[in-house]
Design a binder for this molecule. Structure first.
Ligand code: SAH
Ligand code: TRP
Length: 370
């Protein structure tokens, strides 16, 4: 099965099972009816990019062949990288996933009661696992007409998540949106009614500050006064806790980072030797962000055959592969403010490790002329 979706490596939860597979013990007529019902409740649409997005070759030329060296994080997710990412989420050191999951379980009822959405639109939905809490809260509130719009770059995974959610939530309609959100959001459908946008996993922290504000502005531009945004963001905390989360003892994050070189080798016909590099994640307290690097252990030359280029690396030279920004309540609010948004509620655990912010258009933005 192809592992490339619209130029981005991805499929995390792809397997060879039909997404509509129903256990064998279910009688055949029920299987047919169930499948018809699911087909009826599911649609899949492609979101056209509003602006061109660079591909791997261009990103390598712009980021890797110049100093300081860097690569965008979207190339991490080939089949192996995706499986490793899942394992990172389960490592004892990586607290964000389980912290956000518990927060969402606790606050979903309040968020749904305030938002009363007709549509839930989730950006970078992945397997939509945490979203289940919102759908359960909808069921409990009797808002069962609400439709779910997961947006991700990988169609097979969207289909699989949709099948799982439709099986768990009777009557749920899922409109899967396939696209690259870096290409802009203006091509997204704009269903009528109240909309709750959802952006979890502190994925907003993987953007540079200006990129994050730009992205949130694009979201705000899609919002009307009754709409809201639920944003998950990781918080500034002890550097030891932060660095441990990105340097797990078992070495899963290291394997995930080094796997990027295997992706480059396969895609660009290059000859990186992963053993000649090491993984390092450091907390930069000035910029309040984790920086993840691949560091060359030796002086070496790498050939990028498909590009007709080569790369000379000194011993100790680093390639920045990911940033993960950490927020305070103030920096979070400032970021939202720059995008024309303001929080109406913030949910966080007692230790302040993670925030879920429920935000809406700020008053100023709500009165702006159309
Ligand atoms: N929201 C989930 C997954 C976070 S991982 C969670 O909190 O666990 C980030 C997700 O964003 C992945 O599912 C990935 O496929 C998706 N993604 C990454 N870059 C993307 C892009 N440019 N456009 C659309 N989706 C993207
Ligand atoms: N949004 C997640 C984060 O910044 C992505 C992530 C988790 C990640 N673990 C990682 C990215 C390890 C690279 C390496 O925490």
């Amino acid at each position: 099965m192809s592992l490339k979706c619209r130029g981005i490596w991805f499929p995390r939860y792809v397997d060879h099972v039909s997404v509509w597979e129903i256990p064998a013990h279910v009688p055949i007529m029920d299987q047919i009816l169930s499948r018809l019902d699911m087909d009826e409740r599911f649609r899949c649409m492609r979101v056209p990019a509003a602006r061109p997005v660079p591909g791997l070759e261009e990103d390598v030329r712009r980021g890797l062949l110049v100093r300081p060296r860097s690569l965008p994080p979207k190339y991490f997710y080939d089949e192996r990288g995706s499986a490793l990412f899942d394992r990172i989420c389960d490592t004892p050191e990586y607290y964000p996933t389980r912290t956000e999951d518990a927060l969402l379980a606790a606050c979903a009822g309040q968020v749904i009661a305030r938002a009363r959405p007709d549509h839930i639109i989730e950006l970078g939905s992945g397997a939509s696992r945490k979203t289940g809490h919102l759908l359960t809260a909808l069921d409990r509130a009797g808002l069962d007409g609400c439709q779910y719009w997961p947006f991700d770059v990988c169609e097979p995974m969207l289909r699989q998540a949709a099948a799982r959610l439709m099986a768990a939530h009777a009557g749920l309609r899922v409109n899967a949106l396939v696209g690259d959100y870096l290409g802009g959001l203006s091509g997204m459908p704009r269903p009528g009614g109240r909309r709750l946008f959802v952006f979890l996993g502190s994925t907003v922290g993987n953007f540079e500050p200006a990129e994050a504000v730009g992205f949130l502005r694009e979201l705000a531009a899609l919002m009307d006064s009754g709409d809201s945004l639920l944003l998950g963001a990781d918080r500034v905390k002890s550097p030891a806790v932060l660095e441990a989360a990105y340097n797990d003892a078992e070495g899963v994050t290291a394997a995930f980072n080094l796997n990027l070189l295997e992706v480059l080798n396969r895609e660009l016909d290059s000859d990186f030797m992963p053993d000649a590099f090491m993984h390092r994640a450091l907390y930069n307290a000035v910029d309040q962000r984790i920086e993840m690097y691949l560091i060359s252990r030796v002086r070496q030359m790498v050939h990028l055959s498909r590009l007709g280029e080569h790369l000379e690396l000194d011993a100790g030279e680093s390639i920045l592969t990911e940033i993960s920004r950490k927020f305070t309540p103030e920096t979070l609010e400032a970021m939202l403010g720059e995008a024309g948004l303001e929080s109406v509620a913030r949910f966080e655990p007692e230790n302040g490790y993670f925030s879920l912010v429920h935000a809406r258009l700020s008053r100023r933005s709500r009165v702006r002329p159309l």
